[in-house]
Design a protein around this ligand. Structure first.
Ligand SMILES: NC(=O)c1ccc[n+]([C@@H]2O[C@H](COP(=O)([O-])OP(=O)(O)OC[C@H]3O[C@@H](n4cnc5c(N)ncnc54)[C@H](OP(=O)(O)O)[C@@H]3O)[C@@H](O)[C@H]2O)c1
Length: 285
């Protein structure tokens, strides 16, 4: 059985990913308590000791606005940490998987981004994640760089939970001038599991099918959660004035992924329904 090490296993994606990979692989899990990826010696020791076939790095600094005022730490984890993991994986001949982001694009293309499109990140988080991609490529040809977007999962802070929390106390204003692909961490985990069963390498876009604005997404969340009385109104990014600039339209074309694994990422509406179902089960437990 192939041996897979997931680093960042206790994060939002990490928890769902480990649950999925456990079904098909011999799984080893590590998070910050087991290894700090900014420490190359510790990373090499962990990877060298386990000698996995695959190293999947889902550890990251993910606070997009926070990165604007903490660039050093964002680069340390997202770029240098990614380099350390890639070097350690290459040292034992393992393929290295890194999770990238749609935010590396400037959002001005006007149609879905394909893997070959030129990045032009605008915020510190996205710049640090692009540096991570480049570091992984530099240290090993046997890499998978999987760019995802607008991730939501049951085990982490995410947009769906933020909207439900705010909707419980009143009406909402949500930006309508940013469009992207909401992606359920369970669906991304399925795509990763399938990719790990192939010999593919390179960059793949892995995001939920379809696209919407945050405003559309919020309206659908409120509707699907059975809160029709809550009013969702649009606001512009300029008026919201968050520290990190975000792309206006970072829709990812996922057809290369489909060609590689024959798995069509479910639509974000379907994913949202399944997410809310799981959430209700957890509340009922
Ligand atoms: N969330 C999104 O919308 C989104 C969109 C596109 C791409 N992505 C990418 O998808 C991946 C997974 O994101 P996520 O939202 O699941 O992230 P997350 O919930 O923040 O999980 C990241 C995990 O990595 C751990 N970690 C942080 N620094 C570490 C270090 N130095 N060494 C080892 N572990 C460390 C974190 O521990 P602590 O919690 O203790 O810090 C956490 O358990 C990331 O690469 C992210 O950039 C996310």
């Amino acid at each position: 059985m192939r041996r897979v090490l997931v680093i960042g296993s206790k994060g939002m994606l990490g928890r769902d990913l480990c649950a999925r990979l456990r079904q098909d692989f011999e799984l080893f899990e590590a998070d910050i308590d087991e290894v700090d990826i900014t420490d190359f010696g510790a990373t090499r020791e962990l990877v060298g000791g386990l000698k996995p076939d695959e190293v999947v790095n889902v550890a990251a600094f993910t606070d997009v606005d926070g990165a604007q005022s903490n660039a050093w730490l964002a680069y340390e984890i997202n770029a240098e940490g990614a380099r350390n993991v890639a070097k350690a994986a290459a040292g034992v001949g393992a393929r290295c998987t890194y999770i990238g982001t749609d935010f590396i694009f400037d959002g001005e293309k006007g149609s879905p981004y394909v893997e070959e499109d030129s990045p032009n990140p605008r915020c510190v988080y996205a710049k640090s994640k692009l540096a991570g991609e480049l570091n992984v490529r530099q240290h090993t040809d046997r890499h998978l760089i999987l760019r995802t977007a607008w991730l939501f999962g049951i085990h982490g802070r995410n947009f769906v939970e933020a909207i439900l929390k705010r909707a419980a106390v009143g009406n909402l204003q949500v930006v309508d001038d940013q469009v992207g692909c909401p992606t359920f961490s369970v669906d991304l985990s399925e795509a990763i599991a399938r990719l790990l069963r192939t010999e593919e390498t390179g960059v793949f876009h892995c995001a939920g099918s379809g696209s919407c604005s945050w405003f559309d997404f919020a309206k659908q969340i409120v509707k699907a959660a059975g809160m029709p009385e809550v009013e969702v109104s649009p606001i512009s990014s300029v008026d919201l004035n968050r520290p990190a600039p975000r792309p206006a339209c970072s829709v990812l074309d996922v057809s290369k992924l489909y060609r590689a694994i024959g798995f069509r990422m479910p639509t974000w509406e379907d994913a949202l329904r399944r997410y809310l179902g799981l959430r209700n089960e957890r509340i009922g437990e």
